[in-house]
Write a protein that binds this ligand. Structure first.
Ligand SMILES: [Zn+2]
Length: 301
């Protein structure tokens, strides 16, 4: 089965802030794993190869609005753009804090038009609510540039503020900009019901399943239940995208195992007996490839 991973990260300790590095150390310590202080594109390529992932989307995060950063915003955009330049299977979004105003708008346009970035990664836990009206010019520009915006939702590392990652703060944007393609990361865990509510009323909203390896490797019933709910609400299969958050969850489940888990996904009989509809192979194929090919890569479905 062909696979696109819509949620991956690359960085080096030279390009992220000391605080973000420290947050990585804290997160690793909490789960008893080694901290991943660098995530090279070669490691991503290798994991893709062993996992049968043909395409991947890299999602840079802009923490430079409120933190000292080693690189300026455009240097960071260029770092990521250069990294994937010439690779036909890996694309990058541009990480951008919309509080940057006019400067940020110019950078968004430059990243897409001149540097080949293919979408906007928004990271509200850095300190803003996505539905603030001052950001509307960004949403209009995304529509003009015909690019999707992927928004971090739910669980958030140390030093960031989780209140900004609530799905309900995307609803006003989704309903006021029906032509804007929005992807809500991690199905907003632990607010998956709130994400599914926002997605069910706004057909322009999709979700990515990255991060759910935590449950797949421990209590997979939580994954089955979430997918079953998404199917009842008609978000699954057309608006669910496969993603991993590589390399952040390798400690609990390798990319290969996560791909295997999802390509073989079947609801257990106890859920089907309760009234959930069993999922089909053609629906899984949409989640693993077709939806992302359509929503992110702009290919016809
Ligand atoms: Zn992520």
């Amino acid at each position: 089965m062909k696979v696109i991973d819509v949620h991956t990260h690359t960085w080096s300790r030279e390009i992220i802030s000391h605080k973000d590095l420290e947050a990585r150390r804290i997160a690793a310590e909490r789960v008893g794993a080694d901290p991943v202080l660098d995530s090279t594109i070669d490691a991503l390529r290798k994991a893709m190869l062993t996992s049968g992932v043909e395409r991947a989307v890299v999602l840079p995060i802009d923490s430079g609005f409120h933190q000292e950063m080693p690189l300026t915003l455009s240097e960071k955009t260029d770092w990521h753009a250069n990294e994937v330049a010439g690779d036909k299977n890996i694309i990058t979004f541009v990480g951008l804090d919309p509080r940057r105003g006019e400067e940020g708008l110019r950078e968004l346009e430059r990243a897409i038009k001149d540097k080949g970035c293919r979408g906007w990664k928004m990271y509200p836990p850095n300190g803003f609510y996505p539905d603030s009206e001052e950001f509307d010019p960004y949403y209009r520009l995304c529509i003009d540039l015909d690019i999707p915006v992927l928004i971090h939702q739910g669980f958030t590392p140390r030093f960031k503020h989780v209140k900004y990652a609530r799905p309900v703060y995307v609803d006003r944007v989704a309903s006021d900009f029906p032509d804007l393609r929005i992807i809500l990361a991690h199905v907003g865990v632990p607010w998956q019901d709130e994400v599914l509510m926002v997605a069910s009323k706004n057909p322009n909203v999709s979700v990515d399943v990255s991060g759910w390896q935590v449950f797949a490797s421990t209590v997979p019933m939580k994954v089955y239940q979430m997918i079953g709910d998404a199917k009842i609400l008609r978000i699954f299969p057309k608006r669910v995208l496969f993603g991993s958050d590589f390399p952040l969850f390798e400690y609990t489940m390798s990319l290969k195992k996560w791909v295997d888990f999802f390509t073989g996904l079947q609801l257990p009989t106890e859920l089907v007996d309760q009234g959930y509809n069993q999922i089909r192979q053609d629906e899984i194929e949409r989640v693993m490839w077709k939806n992302a090919a359509h929503i992110i890569f702009g290919e016809s479905s």
